[in-house]
Ligand binder design. Structure first.
Ligand SMILES: [Zn+2]
Length: 329
């Protein structure tokens, strides 16, 4: 295990045993002319902040660890939260796509110990939210520039933070947006690293629910529209389980995913009766996943259940796919 002190070693850190605050040399030497004042930097892991009282520079501890010390975002969060990381990472298969995502620097302060109320009220546990590193951050409003509590959902790929999904809610008003430079089309949320199968759902909160319901190999395209780049990323999985929402957009998404993936993956369809996977209880969810069916069985069940509406959707989505395939050629 590597501790926070070990990671900060080159700054000669000392820890205050009572407050847990770390005093060290300022990591921004270029801002200091003389030797004096170099040990005026204080890092507070619990608050995710650091500040140099001599040159007045500071910011988020996560940012310092990821930009100055080469710590991966996931490990930096562990370090700030519990003060230590495993010395050696478990190896994972890395793979290439045409465009790699730029890595994103967290400039904001993440309040890692404050799980968003909105999600606690929806029945997500603190452990689940912590696992997905969902927190509040102080982010300036895009309209007024005023700092305010904003829900922060890190988008991590190959252990690198490649973007952030922000959610803001005030009364009835809800909004979400992504950090600058983030390309959703190149990204699959929570891709299982070692599993040969992936369970696909529409949104990140469906992923959290599945995880809480003990099916952890669950990821999301963050929306119903699967991009060609996302389809390509999914190529390495032997089996793709589809569990989009039980509504018209979700049904369309499942048809479209079928056409996009049928030549490269074995596809299985997860039958469940709730509105979306986020509404499923643990027992129902695990039962549904264990009873996933092939496309033939799925279409038979859907035409019985939805009738002509389903057949219309199925036909339209097939046409859409063929049209797009023609355009590409
Ligand atoms: Zn300084």
């Amino acid at each position: 295990m590597k501790t926070l002190l070990a990671v900060l070693k080159k700054f000669n850190p000392t820890e205050n045993p009572t407050s847990g605050e770390i005093r060290m040399m300022c990591p921004h030497r270029e801002r200091h002319t003389e030797e004096d004042g170099l040990f005026s930097c204080f890092l507070n892991a619990e608050k995710n902040t650091y500040h140099c009282f001599s040159c007045k520079w500071g910011g988020s501890a996560l940012q310092l660890l990821t930009t100055k010390l080469g710590v991966s975002f996931s490990d930096a969060v562990e370090l700030v939260q519990v003060g230590q990381i495993k010395e050696e990472f478990e190896p994972y298969e890395s793979y290439q796509v045409e465009e790699d995502l730029p890595s994103y620097l967290p400039e904001f302060l993440m309040e890692l110990n404050r799980p968003p109320k909105e999600f606690l009220e929806r029945g997500f546990t603190k452990e689940t939210l912590k696992h997905f590193k969902v927190s509040y951050s102080q982010v300036p409003s895009r309209k007024t520039g005023k700092m305010r509590d904003t829900i922060t959902i890190p988008c991590i790929q190959n252990r690198k933070l490649v973007g952030v999904k922000f959610r803001f809610q005030s009364g009835e008003k809800r909004a979400f947006w992504y950090s600058e430079g983030f390309v959703r089309e190149n990204f699959v949320y929570n891709e299982p690293e070692k599993s040969k199968k992936i369970l696909l759902v529409e949104g990140e909160s469906d992923v959290w629910r599945s995880h809480q319901n003990r099916i952890e190999w669950c990821g999301s395209t963050l929306g119903t529209e699967m991009s060609p780049q996302q389809a390509k990323r999914l190529k390495r999985y032997e089996k793709v389980y589809l569990a989009y929402d039980n509504d018209e957009p979700g049904t369309r998404a499942a048809e479209s995913a079928y056409h996009n993936l049928k030549l490269q993956n074995e596809l299985l369809f997860v039958p469940y009766t709730a509105e979306d996977p986020g509404e499923c209880g643990g027992r129902e969810w695990r039962y549904a996943v264990n009873h996933a069916t092939d496309y033939y069985e799925y279409t038979t069940a859907m035409s019985e259940y939805m009738g002509d509406d389903y057949l219309r959707i199925k036909e339209e989505e097939e046409k859409n796919f063929l049209k797009k395939a023609k355009l590409k050629r």
